[in-house]
Every structure is written in structure tokens, then in C-alpha cells.
Design a protein around this ligand. Structure first.
Ligand SMILES: Cc1cc2nc3c(=O)[nH]c(=O)nc-3n(C[C@H](O)[C@H](O)[C@H](O)COP(=O)(O)OP(=O)(O)OC[C@H]3O[C@@H](n4cnc5c(N)ncnc54)[C@H](O)[C@@H]3O)c2cc1C
Length: 396
């Protein structure tokens, strides 16, 4: 049985609820964006972001000294629950600054780097992109060839990155570069690069859907101050891997996806229909839906246990397990949803389909990428085998 909340936590919840009710714009209710960036220009979105971030509650557990909320884990959970209760979401919770770079910089950055970058991330002012993958370095990331030459007072960067999500609107890029060609993993460094620096060219990659969510990013004689090196020279692999663990950690602030805005059981009842006992008329779908709901519930309970047992608050290699399980569950959910809709689950746009149906189909398509980005499903299995189960590495 869950322990009773303390009096102070109950009082905190009551204050948080009052604050959210007064500050969350009703026009945004239930409109969690698919990508955190979508609604950036809407006045109500900005009002909500500025109000929440003004308290540091967009990054509730980060230190107050850098603009965070300074809350403990229980208080942060209460804030999250009260925002969800009002139909809202954390407007910066899904950004790369908050999910990936911020926690990494808090761990590895110099005081000057933290003071320069963390407060702007907590206010949602800077947009970050990730310069990891290259044409010949995806799963084998340590093969990366983008070179940073040491010119004494600065680095000169030359090379190409690929699949840079949001590169076309990013202000800054956290980037893995090669600073020593004679060693593989030990020749990599982690740099922060201002995307307005001369010599950077960003070309959006146009997909078959017409959207361009990610880019090719070219660096030609790009000068980067030495102060922008995070961690030791040639020690970037450790910093970069840690950032990947933060990326793979399932964000509790993740916005509710479009297809998630209705309970899947309610969608099933509407589209498939029920018998006189209130059961779904299709026995096969009924079994699969039940199985999915049980898996989902078990996963949520596992996540709660992981959070409760976490002593340092930091992620570990176990995030690879959670990433693989959560991406499979979300793919199964998306698959089930379009199947439940029958012919109405075939439209990615156009007349004849309502907004919910279209977003469910798009979510189903977009969900295919969850087992690729942040390290593919197979690569996570390799990490689990090596780092958690202690099995021998087949490549050595
Ligand atoms: C939506 C999306 C957004 C992305 N955003 C970014 C971004 O912002 N920044 C960035 O740097 N990158 C980004 N990526 C790139 C992503 O990190 C890579 O796609 C991913 O690491 C896989 O690399 P790859 O595409 O080169 O595939 P490959 O490495 O060529 O892999 C191809 C297939 O082979 C399998 N495979 C490869 N090696 C092994 C092995 N040793 N054992 C078993 N199987 C193996 C893989 O699992 C995969 O199925 C994004 C990708 C997607 C899909």
C-alpha cells in the first residue's frame, strides 16, 4: 500500500493545484503538441511556458541556482500530476535541452558552462540539437569522423552530421567530434557549438511525407572557443554516452501524444462495438487489448518502482531495457489503435477522416522511429547483454 502523504506534501499539492488552475490557459487544454516546438509561437503557449518556467517548474528538480525549481522528487511528481489533472503538459519537458544536455551539463560542465546555458534551458529560451550521427557513423557511433583541430585558443571543426533533428531551428548544437585520429573511443571530444557560427550549413532532409523533421548539418572551418569543450579533451565518449542514457530515460514529462488523448478502451467501444454484456464484440481484439493494457500497467508500475528505488536520481545501463520495452508498448498501442478503427484507421489526411483518426495514423507511422533513434532496438539489446547480463562481446 502506498504511504500516506505528509502534511507538507498535501499542503504543497493544494498550493500547486491552485497555481495551475489560475495559470494554465484553458485554450491549451488537452492540446499537448507532438513535438515540443510546434506551438512555440502561440501567445497562450508562451504565457504558459513563461509562467511555469518562471517558477523553475519546467525543470522542477534542477538546482534553483541555475533557474530550476529546487523541488524534491515527491514535490516534482505532485507538480506533474497537477499539470496533467488540468489537461496540461510541461511546455519544455520534451526539449533536448531539458531531457539531454541540461542533466549532462549539470554533471560534467564547468561552473561557467552551467551559468551560461542552464538558466536559458530552464526558461525555454535556447533550442538545442544533437550532432552525433554521421553518414558512416550510426549504430557504430564511435566511427565518427567530424574533426576538431586544435588551433591553440580554439578548435576548427570540419565534417558532416546527419539526422540532426530540429537542426534548422536550433540555436546550439551539442556535438561529438574527433580530436585524435589514432584512437577510436578515446579520440572523441564533446563540444557545444553555436549554430550561428560562420561555416555551418543546415539542409533539411525532405521525407516522403513532405515533412522535414531532421537535417544534414555541414561544418566548414567552423571556429569553436576552447571554453565550449565539455569534459576532458578526448574524454567526450564518456560524456556522450551519459547523455544517451538521459535520452533513453523515459521522460515523465513527455507530452501525451495525440493518439493518447482518449483511453484506448473508449476508442475500442466506439469503433468495434460492445455485446449485451458490455464486452467488445470482436474476441480477438478483446484479448489483444487486454494483453496490451496489462503490459502497459505492469510497465507503469515498474517505472514507479525504478523512480522510488533511484538513490542518485541518475540513469544507468538499465535505461536500455526501459527504452526497448516502452517503445515496443507504444508501437503496439499505435498498431492496435489504427486496427480498432478499421477503414477509418487508414487515413493520414484528407476528407472522410476526423482529426483524431488522422493523428492516430500519423502517430502509428511516426512511432516506427522509436526503435531506431537514441540507439536502435538491437543496439539496446547489445548493451543489455554486455553491461547488465555480463555476456561476452561478440565483436571482440
Ligand atoms: C526520428 C529520428 C531522429 C533522429 N534524430 C537524431 C538527432 O537528432 N541527432 C543524431 O545525431 N542522430 C539522430 N538520429 C539518428 C539515429 O541515432 C540513428 O538512426 C541510429 O543510431 C541508427 O543508426 P543508422 O541509421 O546509421 O543505422 P545503422 O547503424 O546503419 O543500422 C542499420 C540496422 O542495423 C542494425 N545494427 C547495426 N549494428 C548492429 C550491431 N552491432 N548488432 C545488431 N544490429 C546492428 C541496427 O539495429 C539497424 O536495424 C535520428 C534517427 C531517427 C529515426
Amino acid at each position: 500500500m502506498a504511504p500516506e502523504p505528509s502534511d507538507s506534501l498535501t499542503a504543497f499539492r493544494s498550493a500547486a493545484r491552485g497555481w495551475v488552475e489560475s495559470n494554465f490557459p484553458p485554450s491549451l487544454r488537452g492540446r499537448a503538441p507532438l513535438m515540443g516546438e510546434r506551438d512555440l509561437d502561440e501567445p497562450d503557449f508562451r504565457t504558459w511556458r513563461d509562467a511555469l518556467c518562471g517558477l523553475g517548474w519546467g525543470t522542477p528538480t534542477w538546482p534553483k541556482a541555475y533557474g530550476g525549481g529546487g523541488l524534491n522528487r515527491d514535490e516534482a511528481r505532485v507538480v506533474r500530476e497537477e499539470i496533467r489533472r488540468a489537461g496540461g503538459w510541461n511546455p519544455i519537458g520534451w526539449t533536448m535541452g531539458v531531457r539531454m544536455l541540461g542533466p549532462t551539463l549539470l554533471e560534467f560542465g564547468t561552473e561557467a558552462q552551467k551559468l551560461e546555458h542552464i538558466p536559458r534551458i530552464t526558461r525555454g529560451e535556447t533550442r538545442w540539437c544533437q550532432g552525433y550521427s554521421e553518414p558512416n557513423a550510426g549504430s557504430d557511433l564511435a566511427s565518427l569522423q567530424t574533426r576538431a583541430e586544435d588551433l591553440g585558443d580554439r578548435f576548427r571543426v570540419n565534417g558532416q552530421k546527419l539526422w540532426t533533428s530540429g537542426g534548422h531551428y536550433a540555436d546550439w548544437c551539442f556535438c561529438l567530434v574527433r580530436t585524435d585520429s589514432s584512437r577510436k573511443h578515446e579520440g572523441i571530444s564533446f563540444l557545444l557549438i553555436d549554430m550561428r557560427t560562420p561555416g555551418i550549413e543546415v539542409r533539411p532532409v525532405r521525407l516522403i511525407s513532405g515533412a522535414s523533421p531532421f537535417c544534414e548539418t555541414f561544418f566548414k572551418d567552423v571556429d569553436v572557443p576552447k571554453d565550449n569543450l565539455v569534459g576532458p579533451l578526448n574524454g567526450g565518449w564518456t560524456v556522450g554516452k551519459r547523455l544517451l542514457q538521459y535520452e533513453r530515460q523515459r521522460s515523465e514529462d513527455a507530452p501525451v501524444r495525440a493518439g493518447d488523448s482518449r483511453a484506448i478502451e473508449a476508442v475500442a467501444r466506439d469503433y468495434v462495438g460492445v455485446d449485451p454484456h458490455g464486452r467488445l464484440t470482436d474476441a480477438d481484439l478483446r484479448t489483444r487489448l487486454t494483453h496490451h493494457l496489462m503490459e502497459r500497467r505492469a510497465f507503469d508500475l515498474t517505472m514507479q518502482r525504478v523512480a522510488a528505488n533511484a538513490t542518485t536520481g541518475g540513469p544507468s545501463a538499465a535505461t536500455s531495457i526501459l527504452k526497448n520495452v516502452s517503445s515496443k508498448i507504444s508501437q503496439e498501442r499505435a498498431e492496435l489503435l489504427v486496427e480498432l478503427m478499421g477503414a477509418q484507421g487508414l487515413g493520414g489526411g484528407g476528407d472522410g477522416f476526423n482529426g483524431y483518426e488522422i493523428s492516430a495514423v500519423r502517430e502509428w507511422l511516426a512511432g516506427k522511429a522509436t526503435t531506431i533513434y537514441a540507439g536502435s532496438y538491437e543496439i539496446q539489446n547489445n548493451i543489455i547483454a554486455k553491461r547488465i547480463l555480463g555476456l561476452p562481446d561478440p565483436q571482440t
